[in-house]
Design a protein around this ligand. Sequence first.
Ligand code: 6GU
Length: 249
Amino acid sequence: MHIDILTLLPEAFTYLNYSILQRAQAAGLVDIRLHHLREYATGKHRVTDEPPFGGGGGMVLKPEPIFTAVESILDDGVSNTSIAHPIILMTPQGRPFTQTIAQELAGYERLLLICGRYEGVDERVRQHLMTDEISIGDYVLTGGELAAMVVVDAVVRLLPGALGAEGAAETDSHATGLLEGPHYTKPANFRGWDVPAVLRSGHAGQIARWRRQEALRRTWERRPDMLVTAVLSEEDKWFLGQLAADGNR
Ligand code: 6GU
């Protein structure tokens, strides 16, 4: 996969050089390239933003540098120009990012993320250049950089081979439509607190059943909204019925 990021703050992206994201790049699973928007601005001062027409304060990113940058980046010979690659504006007005959107984006061969700053971007950029707009939640950040890193992290870890333990992404919280239940590791007794006996029983069937039930319990306690869309077996529904009957939320 190839990911281009257009930003006024490429220095902020050092996070991508660590851990799983670093390994995925070293292994050739993903090629992430940062592009400085200022380099596509013209004139002595390479101006990228201006006050809005009509007044109102704040600054707005100008259309010309963004159009020039996107056209130049997509024409770099790295990929087929006749394919419509997603061109995604990071903005609090975008569609709310979810695990489902991460899975959707992980299916593309190339993504281009544009990080907004200031009050936003000239509307003609949204209307005539972007194919998508994504927000990472209902709060306002200073710029789209942190949001772009969130999206890149969530997408890259889904690429086949990105995670060490095979299948780990499939059992993640959210991937299954449920939150994950509790995890334990050594020691079996820590300060008098025991690991649940079933996890040490060696009985694979009972362990799988316990994990499923704890995932259901945690989702029921913390995110009951997710149970509306989760895929549930008859046994799952029976277990949730028991929880509701016990009334211990
Ligand atoms: Cl993508 N950008 C900004 N500036 N703020 C945000 C956001 C994005 N998502 C949530 N808040």
